[in-house]
Design a protein around this ligand. Structure first.
Ligand code: GLU
Length: 566
């Protein structure tokens, strides 16, 4: 038997432009690493006049969910990664993407197709039923470990006669189907990593259909890549050695061999995996730093809290983590595409930044759009080693993009972000007030979230506003003579008399007061006013702040502040 080998350009369909695919298993959310794979597949195909396909690999019944699949589609759409073929998806603007001649694009709907090919392999003697119980396999695995040998399936099932196999199947004995792997070394050609040869015997007779009747990932991926005419498989490095199994199956089924390129992982700067657990880690650190022993009210239930603090392996669910992060003023490390969206990153910035994680166009070019990426993306410039995810750099990119965009676009985007994540702001403010807040926030914003994060005072109920216990607040309100609160009390009636409550009218009154009582030093009264209505010393310009709140709210807060502090 001659060695099996993949050859890069053995694909006849290559002349029509490459066909790539992104094939996520929809458990949980779309991770940045997955998004980067999708982006590279998309750019590679589109930049060469080819097609980008999306296929949902949901054959792992326990781990897949419909909600996750829809979430993946939304996340890709948000990033601007559209698919020529794949699940149908209605975009927010009502247009539909997806569909195509090679569907269905959910593997769970393709079982008949896989079974046809599995039956064929069994008929041809290239695959066989195996009835080994999990206990039997486990014992053999343990024996191999004890003997310090790598475990390989021993082909026990091949010793069964056809009659025994038939009888077992008739009796309904749980069965898997295994691929009969031919002898010989296997050489994987990879356009990024180069060649690697697996010696004879390294790949044992692996399972292609599970006891539950579903094909394994290896089998489904090979069948689908062939039927969907995929020419280039770009995927995560963790799949590199799986390629050998895929090549065995391609040979057994008489399929073409796609070209392979395995992409480096994206890790945290310290080399650790970017994982959901990082969020718990950040929260635990904040809890510890603050010396908290009980959960802040309205965050995590006491019982859950105790379990979580007591065991590093316990993770908070997403909503609990979010509530706790807000209470502790912690920004959760973003891991999934949806996290970046929630944190107020722009999709074009995320794409730009992700592209730099594992690839670069060279010539010190760092900022580019996806049209440029399509034009320039190539496999030789993809790095082999892990890419380190630099959050500060991403934030700087996002800040440049936000502060650099025109005001109208910012207002539109920041409003959309609020509609999705902070509807309470839009309920609380009139269109004019919101616009004022946006005008005041634009230049100081690194993310779309900043407007909301930095201005919680807007949506706090007037009778719930609490004043910061800080040096700056005490200085503004209680130091000196007259004290800030005294000036405020003096100013209160004139403010109350302002009719239209426009920033300019408020300004005229406050200036008038400052000229008369503070030698024109407006800060002497502006800062006490700011503290009174926002609870702290940082907010947009004071006259805007007051106008944004509206007169009733502002006057109530001033009154409450005076009766609390003075
Ligand atoms: N479903 C696999 C995953 O999510 C895809 C592997 C592949 O691209 O072949 O990792």
């Amino acid at each position: 038997m001659s060695p099996t080998s993949s050859s890069p350009d053995s694909n006849a369909a290559a002349s029509a432009g490459p066909v790539t695919r992104f094939a996520p298993s929809p458990s949980g959310h779309l991770h940045v690493g997955g998004a980067r794979t999708a982006l590279f597949c998309w750019a590679f195909a589109r930049g060469r006049g080819g097609k980008f396909l999306l296929r949902i690999e949901d054959t792992d019944q326990k781990r897949s969910s419909d909600a996750a699949s829809v979430g993946f589609l939304k996340d890709l759409d948000w990033l601007g990664i559209d698919w020529n073929e794949g699940p149908e998806f209605t975009r927010p603007d009502g247009t539909i993407v997806g569909g195509g001649p090679h569907g269905p694009y959910f593997q769970s709907e393709r079982l008949d197709i896989y079974n046809r090919y599995i039956d064929q392999l069994v008929r041809e003697g290239k695959a066989y039923f195996a009835f080994d119980t999990p206990e039997e396999l486990d014992a053999k695995r343990k024996a191999a470990t004890a003997a310090k040998l790598a475990y390989r399936y021993d082909r026990a099932a091949l010793k069964l006669s056809p009659a025994e196999v038939e009888a077992n199947l008739k009796a309904g004995k749980p069965a898997v189907v295994r691929c009969k792997v031919p002898a010989g070394a296997i050489t994987i050609h990879d356009l990024i990593l180069g060649d690697a040869t697996l010696p004879d015997g390294e790949v044992d007779d692996f399972v292609i259909r599970k006891v539950d009747g579903f094909p394994t990932y290896h089998f489904a991926v090979v069948v689908d890549d062939e039927l969907m005419q995929v020419t280039h498989v770009l995927r995560a490095q963790e799949h590199f050695t799986n390629t050998a199994k895929h090549m065995v199956l391609q040979d057994a089924l008489g399929f073409r061999r796609p070209t392979y390129g395995h992409l480096p992982i994206i890790s945290n700067p310290d080399g650790s995996k970017m994982s959901k657990r990082d969020k718990d880690k950040a929260l635990r650190a904040a809890v510890q730093a603050k010396g908290l022993t009980a959960p802040p009210t309205g965050t995590v239930a006491q019982e859950r809290w105790t379990k979580w603090l007591g065991d590093k392996n316990v993770q908070l669910d997403f909503d609990d983590a979010l509530r706790l992060a807000e209470a502790l003023d912690v920004t959760l490390p973003e891991i999934n595409v949806d996290d970046f969206k929630r944190s107020g990153y722009l999709p074009e910035v995320v794409c730009n930044f992700l592209a730099l994680n594992g690839w670069s166009p060279g010539e010190n070019v760092e900022k580019f759009d996806t049209a440029f990426l399509q034009q320039r993306f190539d496999l030789p410039r993809v790095q082999k080693t892990a890419a380190k995810f630099d959050r500060m750099k991403l934030l700087a990119f996002n800040c440049d993009a936000i502060t650099g965009m025109d005001r109208e676009r910012y207002v539109k985007l920041v409003r959309e972000h609020g509609e999705r994540y902070h509807p309470e702001f839009l309920q609380r403010l009139t269109a004019d007030q919101f616009r004022m807040l946006a005008d005041a926030s634009h230049e100081r914003s690194k993310t779309l979230e900043d407007l909301y994060k930095g201005n919680r005072w807007v949506v706090i109920a007037d009778d719930k506003l609490a004043w910061e216990d800080s040096k700056n607040v005490r200085k503004a309100m209680l130091d000196g003579s007259p004290r800030g609160v005294d000036r405020l009390r003096e100013l209160q009636p004139s403010l109350n008399a302002v009719g239209a409550w426009l920033a300019a009218d408020i300004e005229a009154v406050v200036k008038g007061y400052a000229d008369q009582h503070c030698e024109g030093q407006i800060g002497k009264v502006a800062q006490p006013l700011r503290v009174a209505v926002t609870g702290g010393t940082v907010s947009p310009p004071i006259f805007d702040t007051l106008a944004i709140l509206g007169k009733a709210s502002a006057m109530k807060r001033i009154e409450r502040c005076l009766s609390t502090m003075a």
